[in-house]
Each structure stands twice: as structure tokens, then as C-alpha cells.
Design a protein around this ligand. Structure first.
Ligand code: SPD
Length: 374
């Protein structure tokens, strides 16, 4: 695949300033101005979580995954506070929920993890009449296999997982996963600390499905990861790998697309590619855990994120794909036209969605532990 460079854009730090008060702050204010303060209704209407502070939403999300305007806009609109905590993998999120008593109201698991969580009975069924903005979601992001009726989840963002690299260090054309095994970059390579993504990269490099449960294929993928390990600076969470490429500590990092594009916004010489052997295409989804202290406010938050303007601000900040059809006209032109954010059909067909593999999940986890401790 041809290397595609994202149109150099602004950094997150100066996003509000550079876009101009009208473009971002103005649109937020217009949302605020049109909405009544619903706190009075909310105080009387806690949806039954029991004991929750009706004025506080506990939001557990991936790091660096909301626009600067998102949380303040919600706090102001509903006269509430949002407490944010962060995780860097689906497995970390699941472990936290399974340990119990987290007190989280809204979480953002990926596709396969929604399926695992549904089976583990850790998710609350959504009251869809409280989420009228669900209608704004693009039909392509509704009714997906991990939650066919959107009974438990609503899409937040989508993206791909690929390679971010610095062409001043990495020589020649980078087209596929092999570069992450290239001895010339020993000590300057970072992989994701994410069992399914990192095994997925190894499997795709070998020409296999990233959902393989074939023991011989998994043995081969594991061997390759064990061979790769001495070349690595480490396994990193999101957005750390991208940050380390920006800082010059890494030449190459296995990253989620938005983390790649954020890094490019900091240094426009960097390049993000979707390897030509294929890669992951994923969706992250808002859901409410069982036992959430404030499910009523959680539904309001999900509905707020699915608002067209809020959704556009979110994707214009994260550089991830926007699943909100009503928001799409407000997505930055540079992003809309960027084939690494919105891949063309010939690339799209090489992407695979990580599936819930049931019992085989444990096999992947055991193998990844073995790789990391090898
Ligand atoms: N910094 C936000 C990263 C969100 C990535 N979620 C994608 C998970 C894919 N398996």
C-alpha cells in the first residue's frame, strides 16, 4: 500500500485557538444556549442505581479520548460534575469491572469486549427511549454483531490499528508489518500492550486471520512475537506509543489510528500506515455497567455524545472515524478526505474486526503472558 500522509494539522493543545472561537467554542455555546438546565428533573429521577450522587457522572474511558469541549459542555448543560478515570486496554477495563464496586456510570469497551461483557452479565440494558439521539448514528454502526439490537451499547468512535513511524529514522518505503521486526531499529520499536491487537499484528503479518484459533497458527504468531521481543523498547498503552515517537524515543510504534494522527499533528513528518497484510478495524462503544450509581445521568451522557455537534467536536479532536451520520457534515474536510482515517474500499476489505473468541480468549492471554515474560 502507498504510504499516506495525513494532512498536517493543528495540535490538540491549540485546537480551540486555531479553529477560532466561532468554530468550536461557538458551536458548543449554541448547544448550551438551546438546552434547558435539566438538573431539577434529574435530581428527582435517578434511574435506580441506588445511592448514586445524581449530580456526578463517573466516566471510565480510554486515555485522551474526549474533546476539550465534551465534558465541560455536559457539566454545564446538566449542572453536574464528571469524574473521569482512564484505562488503556479492554482487558484492564474488564478486570476492573469484574473486581466489582467500581462506581462507574459509563464505560467505552470495544466491539469484542461488548460481547464478552454481555456474556459476563456486567452490562445494564439501555433504556433506548432515553437516548433519542441514537437515531443520529450511521446505520453502518447500528446493529453490529456484538450487540445486534444495540440493547447494551452505542458506538462512540471507530478506527484502525497500524504503524506510526518517523521516516527520518526508518529508511525506505514502509508497507507492512515486517518493519516492526527489523533489527535495524532495535530498541526503537514499540508494540501495543494489548493481547488481541499485538497477536493480531503477528497473525496478519503471517497471512492469518487475527481471529485465528488454529493452534499451529497461534504457535507461529507467538514464536514471532518472542523473536521480536528483544528488538522492542516495550509494550505501551494508548496514547503512549505515539507520544514516544513524537519525543524521539521510538522510531516506530504500533498504534491506534487517532493516536497516530495526534502524533502527526505534533510532528508532520511522521507517517501512519495501515499495513498491506491487513490490520484491525474496530469500534468503541458507550455502555453502562451493572450497578452504575447513576444510570439516569449515564443515559443523558450517552445521548449528549450522540448529539450531532457534540459528536463532530469529538471526532474532530480525536482524529478517529465519526460514526454519527448527523455529525458527519461538520467533520473537518482534511479528515474526511484522509484515506488513513476513512480508508477506501480496497483497504477497508483488508481490515478485520476482533471477535469474541469465547474459550480461546484464555489461550491468547496465556500466550501473551508467555511472550511478555520470555
Ligand atoms: N486514545 C484512545 C484509544 C482508543 C482505542 N480503542 C481501540 C481499541 C481497539 N482494540
Amino acid at each position: 500500500m502507498k504510504e499516506t500522509r495525513i494532512t498536517p494539522r493543528i495540535t490538540r493543545g491549540n485546537f480551540l485557538r486555531v479553529m477560532g472561537a466561532g468554530a468550536v467554542a461557538g458551536s458548543t455555546l449554541s448547544v448550551l444556549a438551546c438546552q434547558p438546565n435539566t438538573n431539577a428533573q434529574q435530581s428527582g429521577g435517578n434511574g435506580g442505581g441506588g445511592g448514586g450522587d445524581a449530580k456526578k457522572l463517573n466516566f471510565y474511558n480510554w486515555s485522551d479520548y474526549v474533546a476539550e469541549s465534551t465534558v465541560p459542555g455536559f457539566e454545564k448543560k446538566f449542572d453536574v460534575k464528571v469524574q473521569q478515570d482512564f484505562y488503556s486496554s479492554n482487558e484492564e477495563l474488564l478486570a476492573k469491572l469484574q473486581a466489582g464496586g467500581t462506581g462507574y456510570d459509563v464505560i467505552v469497551p470495544s466491539d469484542y469486549m461488548v460481547s464478552i461483557m454481555r456474556k459476563s452479565d456486567v452490562l445494564m440494558k439501555l433504556e433506548k427511549d432515553k437516548i433519542p439521539n441514537m437515531k443520529n448514528l450511521d446505520p453502518d454502526f447500528k446493529g453490529l454483531s456484538y450487540d445486534p439490537n444495540n440493547d447494551y451499547s452505542a458506538t462512540y468512535q471507530w478506527g484502525t490499528t497500524g504503524i506510526l513511524y518517523n521516516p527520518e529514522i526508518v529508511k525506505g518505503e514502509v508497507t507492512g508489518w515486517d518493519v516492526m521486526w527489523d533489527e535495524r531499529y532495535e530498541g526503537k520499536i514499540g508494540m501495543l500492550n494489548d493481547v488481541r491487537e499485538t497477536f493480531g499484528a503477528s497473525l496478519k503479518r503471517l497471512g492469518y486471520s487475527l481471529n485465528s484459533t488454529d493452534e499451529a497458527e497461534l504457535d507461529e504468531a507467538q514464536d514471532e512475537l518472542e523473536k521480536q521481543k528483544p528488538l522492542l523498547r516495550g509494550y505501551f498503552g494508548s496514547p503512549e506509543g505515539g507520544d514516544l515517537v513524537v519525543g524521539g524515543d521510538l522510531a516506530l510504534a504500533h498504534v491506534f489510528s487517532g493516536d497516530g494522527f495526534s502524533a502527526i499533528a505534533e510532528n508532520d513528518k511522521l507517517v501512519y500506515i495501515i499495513p498491506d497484510q491487513g490490520a484491525t478495524r474496530w469500534t468503541d462503544n458507550m455502555a453502562i455497567p451493572n450497578g452504575a450509581p447513576n444510570p439516569d445521568l449515564a443515559h443523558k451522557f450517552i445521548n449528549y455524545i450522540l448529539d450531532a455537534e457534540v459528536g463532530a467536536e469529538l471526532s474532530n479532536y480525536t482524529y478517529y472515524g465519526c460514526p454519527n451520520e448527523a455529525a458527519f457534515p461538520m467533520i473537518d474536510e482534511a479528515a474526511k478526505n484522509d484515506e488513513t482515517i476513512y480508508p477506501p474500499p480496497e483497504v477497508f476489505e483488508k481490515l478485520e474486526v476482533i471477535e469474541d473468541l469465547g474459550e480461546a480468549t484464555k489461550d491468547y492471554e496465556r500466550r501473551f503472558t508467555e511472550v511478555k515474560s520470555a
